[in-house]
Design a protein around this ligand. Structure first.
Ligand code: 4HQ
Length: 262
């Protein structure tokens, strides 16, 4: 996949391209990355990229002409690229949107600064507006890095078998179970016994139960949105029956008038 980033701070991406899985994806040829400096597409003496908003008000707006020229230049490098504007008004990034973006032939990320880009750019030069969440950043650069990181790890051949994206949280719509490594005991806490048993079926079952439990306790909304398979349904039914038994016993216990407690 070819990825271009349009920014007035191209240096912010040097460390991003140069570390970890992203670096390996570029070295392995699964990703070709380019950073375009929007300032290089200005045509005035002072290389101005922002201007005052029509109608007054606070802050500055990114001028449309340099941005349009930068987008045209990036498109000339990347056939069939989808242009993505990072903005709080966009669709919220999810694992599903990352999967959709990973299926594209090329992506051009547009990173605004100031109050944002001129609305005519968003209207005519942008295919998709993307937000990484409901909070305000000072620029689209970190947001673009978040989106690119989520996308790049999904590209075929980027992750090795051992770190497969299929193992990740959310790829199956659930939170992950806990992970443990040596030592067997750390600060008085032991690794769950089953993980030392060598019984692969028991381990897989334990992990699935922990994953479901974690999701139920911390993010029940994820469970509501998602169809359950037979094994998951069975686990939840077992818990539901256990809870009902406990609650029934509780209601059978009348408060003891002689206990001295309320
Ligand atoms: N921005 N998700 C860029 C964001 C943002 C977000 C604010 C985008 C500032 C200029 N981008 N403008 N949240 O907060 O993507």
């Amino acid at each position: 996949m070819q990825i271009a980033v349009l920014t007035i701070f191209p240096n912010m991406f040097d460390l991003f391209w140069d570390h970890g899985i992203v670096r390996r994806a570029i070295a392995g040829g699964q990703v070709r990355s380019e950073t375009f400096d929007i300032r290089a597409f200005t045509e005035d003496r002072h290389h101005v990229t922002d201007d005052r908003p029509y109608g007054g008000g606070c802050g500055m707006v990114m001028k449309p002409e340099p941005l349009a020229r930068a987008i045209t230049a990036a498109k000339a490098h990347i056939e069939g690229a989808v242009t993505v504007l990072m903005s709080p008004q966009g669709d919220k990034l999810s694992q599903q949107t990352a999967e959709g973006l990973a299926r594209q032939r090329g992506l051009i990320f547009i990173c605004g600064r100031y109050e944002g880009v001129d609305a005519r750019i968003a209207r005519c030069h942008v295919d998709y507006e993307l937000s990484i969440g409901d909070y305000v950043l000072s620029g689209g650069e970190l947001a673009a890095m978040v989106a690119m990181d989520a996308v790049i790890r999904l590209l075929p051949g980027v992750l090795g078998g051992a770190e497969s994206a299929a193992c990740d949280s959310f790829s199956n719509g659930l939170l992950e179970h806990g992970h443990y490594t040596r030592p067997r005991e750390f600060e008085g806490r032991a690794v769950p016994e089953v993980l030392l048993s060598g019984d692969h079926q028991a381990i897989a079952h334990w992990r699935q139960r922990m994953s479901l439990g974690e999701t139920f306790l911390r993010r029940p909304d994820l469970l509501e949105q998602r169809p359950l398979d037979d094994r998951e349904r069975t686990i939840l039914q077992e818990w539901s029956q256990a809870l009902e038994r406990i609650l029934k016993h509780q209601s059978a216990h009348r408060p003891d008038p002689l206990s001295g407690r309320q």
